[in-house]
Design a protein around this ligand. Structure first.
Ligand code: SF4
Length: 151
């Protein structure tokens, strides 16, 4: 699993200051993809050392780490998410799949976005969006998509 870029953002996960990790090698082929470069094999291997370096550099300034992508290796997303939890931060996963991965673990992920990107429907902040954002809560998924609606 490779990381193409990262950023500290305020809107990817409601109520959290998030270190967003933009993962490449996306296997989804959403028509009108907003970030087609992330379908390519670009960036650097996101291994334990790379993640630990990011956490040491930015982990004290955020409350959450978001894996943007990672559908090519969902097991690895879970494993690295556990490492983020061990650091003391929450975890989020933006999957482009319609269904939850069989590898998803409630104890590893605090927030999960599901649904492919459909250009005509827009992202989570769009009133017409097909995507859903959930908060993981004791083995249940609570739909919090409405928290993205622009007030
Ligand atoms: S999941 Fe995201 S990066 Fe992957 S094809 Fe769809 S829009 Fe593009």
């Amino acid at each position: 699993m490779k990381i193409a870029s990262y950023d500290i953002v305020f809107q990817d996960v409601p109520g959290e200051v998030t270190l967003s990790l933009n993962l490449s090698q996306c296997p989804n082929r959403c028509p009108g993809c907003h970030s087609p470069q992330l379908q390519d094999d670009i960036g650097y291997l996101l291994d334990d050392e790379m993640l630990d370096n990011l956490l040491e550099s930015y982990g004290h300034d955020v409350t959450c780490v978001c894996f943007m992508g990672g559908d090519c290796e969902p097991e690895e997303v879970m494993r690295l998410a556990d490492r983020v939890h061990a650091f003391g931060l929450k975890t989020a996963w933006y999957s482009g799949k319609q269904q939850l991965s069989e590898y998803f673990r409630f104890e590893s992920i605090d927030y999960v976005k599901l649904g492919p990107y459909v250009a005509t429907l827009g992202p989570l902040s769009s009133p017409e969006t097909n995507q859903r954002m959930y908060r993981s809560d004791s083995g249940r998924l609570i739909d919090i998509t409405d928290n993205f609606k622009r007030k």
